[in-house]
Design a protein around this ligand. Structure first.
Ligand SMILES: [Zn+2]
Ligand SMILES: [Zn+2]
Length: 196
């Protein structure tokens, strides 16, 4: 493999990780802004835990690895099959899928005390390549409307400073008449007190 080919592969991997960070933010924003706990299938399994995370942030850190990551792995496997079917398996798509599948783990690490995460995670958090505790803290203040990306600290400034998601919310409001859901940080009466 030539130096140019190695360089191109590194660029594809970096782009795949940044794309995964962006996707994690867009999916999280969709859940926060438009997710309802009574939606079929994803309501109880994805949206309700997400709403609960805002008023009880440590709950999901105690769930099993499979419970935390199961939905993301199922969606990732479906997307991987679709990529394989159309011949889109390359360094970019593999980095996107692998990094994206870990977005909930980097999120969990950002909620754990510093002494509870492995040393390599602390190093990665300190250089912003993994979501850091301090950076993610900005999301956990009502109305929970900034810093949606959960993989790294890198894409949140792009989305927030360019007001990308606020702009899309405006378009959705004007075109479809749908307001985003606003979170107060308190448990809504529609959410069960204890996770099932
Ligand atoms: Zn959120
Ligand atoms: Zn969080």
């Amino acid at each position: 493999m030539s130096g140019i080919e190695i360089g191109w592969m590194v660029v594809q991997i970096a782009a795949g990780v940044l794309a995964a960070d962006l996707v994690s933010g867009i999916v999280h924003w969709l859940e926060d802004a438009y997710g309802k706990e009574d939606l079929p299938i994803i309501g109880p399994s994805v949206i309700e835990p997400n709403i609960r995370h805002h008023y009880s942030p440590l709950d999901f850190t105690r769930a099993s690895y499979v419970k935390r990551n199961g939905p993301i792995f199922v969606i990732g496997a479906i997307i991987a099959c679709l990529f394989a079917l159309v011949g889109w398996i390359n360094a970019f798509t593999l980095a996107l899928l692998i990094a994206g599948s870990q977005a909930n783990e980097t999120h969990r690490w950002a909620h754990l005390p510093t002494h509870a995460v492995p040393r390599y995670v602390r190093v990665m958090q300190n250089n912003g390549l993994f979501l850091s505790r301090k950076h993610h803290g900005g999301h956990h203040r009502p109305p929970f409307a900034v810093r949606y990306c959960t993989l790294t600290n890198l894409m949140n400034p792009v989305l927030d400073q360019l007001h990308v998601l606020r702009g899309v919310e405006c378009i959705i409001r004007v075109v479809f008449g749908v307001e985003r859901r606003c979170d107060t940080g308190q448990r809504p009466s529609t959410i069960r007190q204890h996770a099932p």
